[in-house]
Design a protein around this ligand. Structure first.
Ligand code: PMP
Length: 427
């Protein structure tokens, strides 16, 4: 049993000693003391079904024994900086990761977070092309450092820092976007930005395949091939941010971008790759990777033995337990059941996403698509009382984000939907 401080004691300390900008979802925040696969446990030992996976950071399941074992074995042996000496963990994981990539994406740079991975990717694109201009999508989230905050395109996440060399293209959002599901129409805006906002040459383009923070927005079909074509014509590199959609989460493919049939020049990842351990990566081609030999490039902990041992264990578990297949099967079932809820409740405006990366958007008026922000919070809060945790996102804070650990079962999916159904029936 847990004998540590209570939720109230932690909250008091947090108020006094921690960043005032830290936020939590619930009016009475949860004190999570244990995790086991798709479950979290609070200080009283109460079990919660985890439908959010710590923002898609847990892919194999909380404290998956194989991952824990790999971490413990490595840390008992040696944990240190990545640079200066040889260690097999980083090399083994890089090899395994490269084997999961299409095309000539074979060279891996390790980082400690998604922000760092995207910062590096943007810099590589700028170095390789000699251009500054980056195009990212409106409503995107790519990180919170100088370059990535610029590429992020929601006012909620942008502090008023100087934002240079970045343009935000029309979001190919099938639900709220002006061209509906016509991906090629949205992609014309990328060409327009190149033609009317730059010299005609750009450094690159960055996008998620399914926007996570943005509220589980799946890019309209055919968008990426058309956008990539314009970028390549302008000499730019295409960057796929797989921080949330990667590692089989979308079910049909290992990487989110694959569903649109494109091969990026650079792929970035973090979150799920470490199953909760801080780990990020940038993967690119040998030719593009060369640009970083122009100066010294150094990252003390990027790819350290502990984190890369964890990453390798994660890849092995995904394969051994067929987690991508599970994401497809369970995710399809979950989406079907959520779609049935949409038939039952007017407040559900849209159900979307792929595999175990699903979104449910709540609106008070289906025609006007008026965001039902207060209702979204209310349902989350009530579902928590029923023992089910889900996330939320979207610019208006009215989209449930369902991104559970990939070991989620059909029964878990049913329980989650039943809890949502019960909550909505009382509203
Ligand atoms: N890219 C995407 C798509 C993300 O969702 C996030 C985090 N929400 C990031 C990048 C940044 O990752 P980190 O928080 O690890 O810096």
């Amino acid at each position: 049993p847990y004998t540590g401080p209570s939720a109230d004691q932690i909250l008091a300390k947090r108020k006094q000693y921690l960043s005032p900008s830290l936020f939590h979802f619930f009016s009475k925040p949860l004190n999570v003391v244990d995790g086991k696969m798709q479950y979290l446990f609070d200080e009283n030992g109460r079990r919660y079904l985890d439908g959010f996976g710590g923002i898609a950071t847990v892919c194999c399941g909380h404290c998956h024994p194989d991952v824990v074992d790999a971490i413990v074995k490595q840390v008992n042996r040696i944990q240190h900086s990545t640079v200066l000496y040889l260690n097999h963990a980083i090399a083994d994981f890089a090899e395994a990761l490269a084997s999961k990539m299409p095309g000539n994406l074979k060279v891996v740079f390790f980082t400690n977070s998604g922000t760092e991975a995207n910062e590096l990717a943007l810099m590589i694109a700028r170095l390789y092309t000699g251009c500054q201009d980056i195009i990212s999508l409106r409503n995107a989230y790519h990180g919170n450092a100088a370059g990535t905050m610029g590429a992020t395109a929601q006012s909620l996440w942008k502090f008023n820092v100087i934002q240079s060399g970045v343009h935000h293209a029309l979001n190919p959002d099938p639900y709220r976007g002006v061209f509906g599901s016509d991906g090629e129409m949205y992609a014309k805006d990328v060409q327009d930005i190149i033609d009317f906002g730059t010299s005609g040459h750009v450094a690159g383009f960055i996008s998620e395949a399914i926007q996570g923070v943005g509220g589980i927005i799946e890019l309209a079909p055919d968008y990426l091939p058309a956008a990539y074509k314009s970028i390549k014509k302008a000499g730019g590199l295409c960057i796929a941010d797989e921080v949330q959609a990667g590692f089989g989460r979308t079910g049909s493919h290992f990487w989110g971008f694959e569903a649109q049939g494109v091969v990026p020049d650079i792929v970035t990842m973090a979150k799920g790759i470490g199953n909760g351990i801080p780990l990020g990566a940038v993967v690119t081609t040998p030719e593009i990777a060369e640009v970083l030999t122009r100066r010294c490039y150094f990252n003390t902990f990027g790819g350290n033995p502990l984190c890369t041992a964890a990453g390798l264990a994660v890849l092995r578990v995904i394969e051994k337990e067929n987690l991508q297949e599970n994401a497809l099967v369970v995710g399809s079932h979950l989406k079907k059941r959520l779609a049935e809820l949409k038939d039952k409740y007017e407040i559900i405006g849209d159900v979307r996403g792929k595999g175990l990366m699903l979104g449910v958007e709540l609106v008070t008026d289906r025609q006007q698509k008026t965001p039902a922000k207060a209702e979204t919070l209310h349902v989350m809060e009530q579902m928590k009382e029923l023992g089910v945790l889900i996330g939320k996102g979207g610019f208006y804070g009215n989209v449930f984000r369902i991104t559970p650990p990939l070991c989620f079962t059909k029964e878990d999916a049913d329980f989650l939907v039943d809890a949502m159904d019960h909550t909505m029936s009382k509203m």
